[in-house]
Design a binder for this molecule. Structure first.
Ligand code: NDP
Length: 496
């Protein structure tokens, strides 16, 4: 069994491990057991971390990017070496099943190697100048100190999406992980230390959003906030950043749908729905929570889904045979439960699940039965709002045009999917679905790290995590003109 080295985690500030007086217990959602104590830091710890980051960044910005990359390569290899340890700890603090935990850690490893590669790219442009004997180019430059605020549902992957591009681009980071899942942050900080990242370039400050997160958002020396989490918190952070003219990148909720057309491979669609709806117990921003199904295949799809749902094993994700793990905490359970009542009151038909699971060992954790509603109409709250649990709503439609309209009728725009064999519909769908990510003949989850990750409408504010596009969040563009004519040449005026 993988063990933590400490009973109480410590902040990582300026390359040093720092005790904090106040702390709270981190609970394993599968068993209800306390795993470790996490510090509850205050504003003064944020001040210290930002000061350290500010000083370190000045030097880090001058380190040639290929040398910065060497540190990231070492981070990647260390993560690879420790993959099983990290995965076991991730399952323990977050509850996701071990197979998915391994996948999440792998995503971080992939991100390390991908972003390390950027150390020899970080491409800018050279472009013709409009005047003779003049050279014009643009390049990416670091922004300064980056504040990163991450949620509990992907405690390591999301942090790598944000911190690795920030670091390769020459910034320094202060990271506030979710209090629910701090162990991955502690482990990643240790990896940065072992990889030889100069002190102060990466700092981790544990503590609540209202105290540490808020202090980071309002700190005058933090130039960028990169946030993933709920819409309410994201909106608050964006407003605060707006008042300070601070750059902010938001990645928030989803209400993702799988469309199943009349010509779809139904068995394949069922597998796609199961994986994207009940993987991570539905607690993914890309989780499928709506199935938009052609009315002619609705009954068939319901039957096959119900059969496969019965086969899902639910329990402690540390057990390799388990397919669906627990919900993060009691508040999460209560939120899911409230949506079951809302769905029933709205007139949706409950086909399976709809209740917490408390039999045997399950009473110690937070478990919810995989749930299927049918005959849901698109305007119901269960078809519009993010539930963040293993709850799927089947919405029957009459044709392709209606499917697109229903998909696009929500306030979010993260991920969508269509199952069809018709190549014309495939291309029309990828054009007309209004989400940032579109899958064809696959579920709504499974993003790869070298493509932009993010969504339209209420899902974000136009920025993207991962992909080369992530660099846009963590760099400024500088335009540079070199005039070698030896005389004053005025743009737009002295053009021959
Ligand atoms: P939050 O958005 O509240 O938390 C995300 C992160 O933001 C955490 O690190 C949190 O800190 C921090 N935070 C909270 N308040 C502030 C603040 N005022 N200023 C700065 N940082 C802050 O989400 P929750 O974890 O509370 O989850 C609530 C719901 O949000 C979920 O049920 C789900 O619906 C949705 N959610 C969606 C996610 C997605 O990927 N789409 C991810 C997570 C949540 P801390 O928790 O330590 O206090």
């Amino acid at each position: 069994m993988v063990k933590l080295e400490a009973e109480k985690l410590q902040n990582f500030i300026n390359g040093k491990w720092q005790e904090v007086d106040r702390s709270t217990a981190v609970i394993n959602p599968a068993t209800g057991e306390a795993i470790v104590q996490v510090p509850l830091s205050s504003e003064k710890h944020v001040d210290e971390a930002v000061l350290a980051a500010k000083k370190a960044q000045r030097e880090w910005a001058h380190v040639p990017p290929p040398q910065r990359a060497e540190v990231l390569y070492r981070v990647g290899y260390l993560m690879k070496e420790k993959k099983e340890r990290l995965s076991q700890l991730l399952t323990k603090e977050n509850g996701k099943v071990i197979e998915e935990a391994r996948g999440e850690v792998q995503e971080g490893i992939d991100m390390a190697f991908y972003m390390a590669g950027e150390g020899r790219r970080l491409f800018g442009q050279t472009t013709p100048a409009e005047l003779r004997d003049k050279f014009a180019m643009s390049q990416r430059v670091p922004v300064g100190v980056i504040g990163i605020i991450t949620p509990w549902n992907f405690p390591i992957a999301i942090a790598t999406w944000k911190s690795f591009p920030a670091i390769i681009a020459g910034n320094a980071v202060v990271w506030k992980p979710a209090t629910e899942t701090p162990i991955m942050a502690f482990e990643l900080a240790k990896i940065f230390e072992e990889a030889g990242l100069p002190k102060g370039v990466m700092n981790v400050v544990f503590g609540s959003g209202s105290e540490v997160g808020n202090a980071l958002v309002h700190h005058g020396d933090v130039q960028v906030i990169s946030f993933t989490g709920s819409n309410d918190t994201g909106r608050e952070i964006a407003a605060a950043c707006g008042r300070q003219l601070k750059k902010v990148s938001l990645e928030m909720g989803g209400k993702n749908a799988v469309i199943v057309m009349d010509d779809a491979d139904i068995d394949l669609a069922v597998e796609g729905i199961l994986w994207s709806a009940f993987g991570t117990s539905g607690q993914r921003c890309t989780a499928c929570s709506r199935v938009i199904v052609h009315e002619t295949v609705k009954v068939d799809l319901e039957a096959r889904l119900l059969t496969r749902m019965k086969e899902l094993t639910i329990g402690n994700g540390a057990d390799e045979t388990i397919k669906v793990g627990p919900i993060i905490n009691e508040a999460g359970l209560a939120k899911i439960d409230s949506y079951i009542n809302i769905g029933k009151e709205e007139g949706a038909r409950l086909l399976a699940g709809g209740h917490a699971l408390t039999d045997g060992e399950k009473q110690k954790g937070n478990y919810f039965a995989p749930t299927l509603f049918t005959d849901v109409s698109s305007n119901m709250r269960i078809a519009q709002e993010e539930i963040f649990g293993p709850v799927v709503s089947l919405i029957p439609i009459k044709n392709f045009e209606e499917a697109i309209e229903v998909n696009n009728s929500v306030a979010f725009g993260l991920s969508s999917s269509i199952f069809t064999k018709d190549v014309n519909r495939v291309f029309q769908a990828q054009r007309d679905l209004d989400t940032g990510i579109v899958y064809v003949n696959a579920g709504t989850t499974g993003a790869e790290i070298h493509l932009p990750f993010g969504g339209t409408k209420g899902t974000g504010n136009g920025h993207r995590d991962s992909g080369v596009q992530a660099l846009d969040v963590f760099t400024e563009w500088k335009a540079i003109y070199v005039d070698y004519s030896g005389k004053l040449q005025r743009a737009q005026i002295d053009v021959e």
